[in-house]
Design a protein around this ligand. Structure first.
Ligand code: TIU
Length: 219
């Protein structure tokens, strides 16, 4: 498959490529979750949902592997470093009870992927205690067992969990593409800077493309 991307075309074999949705969970996209406790306006992030849905539907039709991640901690917070929980001055800390249940805790209502992008049976769902999807998840081994060499990213937020996951993927030998209109940040300037730094220096971290480019390649 040949995708019109920046800084140059992205080539991948769909059978060796996973579509990755990073943290499209209520915690970040709906009011009352982790994103809002940090002081962010979460309304910005919902705008990417229709584009993500179109790509997800097309990718499923093509029979491609889908991977969903959630930023989630165990109920006893044994996988949440105190440094992460205690940093800053959020209105509620990780593990505290909020309007959608305990903040960023696995199994709570706020920790669920939004209905519009809910995982289908057979799709991979990874709970990750860090910002990056490889840290403490065993994901690399799961992807290797499936012969995955290429990753196409969507999700939130661009400069935090998406970028961290792409950098982790890069160091593990994956070729990564992020879909520009399927990722969002609470800070538009951070999104723009992240997309630029990913593709700089001859795709030092990876590629960026509009979702239409992927949809055209899948036709
Ligand atoms: N705060 C912020 O922008 N993001 C996160 O904490 N997690 C993810 O990006 N998923």
């Amino acid at each position: 498959m040949h995708i019109n991307a920046q800084p140059f075309a992205y080539e991948c074999d769909p059978r060796a490529t996973a579509l990755v949705l990073i943290d499209m969970q209520r915690d970040f996209i709906e009011p009352g979750g982790f994103g809002e406790t940090l002081g962010n306006d979460v309304s910005l992030l919902a705008a990417i949902v229709p584009a993500c849905r179109s790509v997800l539907a097309a990718w499923r039709r093509a029979g491609g592997l889908v991977l969903h991640t959630r930023e989630a901690h165990q109920p006893d917070l044994s996988d949440c470093p105190p440094a992460k929980r205690l940093r800053g001055n959020p209105s509620l800390r990780i593990g505290d009870a909020g309007p959608m249940g305990r903040i960023l805790v696995a199994g709570e209502p706020g920790n669920q992927i939004i209905d519009a992008l809910a995982p289908a049976p057979g799709e991979l769902v990874i709970d990750k205690p860090g910002k990056g999807m490889f840290w403490a998840t065993g994901l690399h081994e799961k992807l290797q067992a499936r012969g995955v060499t290429h990753l196409i990213f969507m999700g939130v937020t661009t400069e935090v969990c998406v970028q961290t996951s792409m950098r982790e993927a890069n160091d593990r030998g994956y070729d990564s593409l992020v879909l520009e209109d399927c990722t969002e940040s609470y800070f538009p300037a951070f999104k723009a800077a992240t997309l630029e730094m990913i593709r700089a220096q001859g795709a030092i971290v990876g590629w960026t493309a509009r979702s239409e480019a992927l949809l055209a390649a899948l036709k």
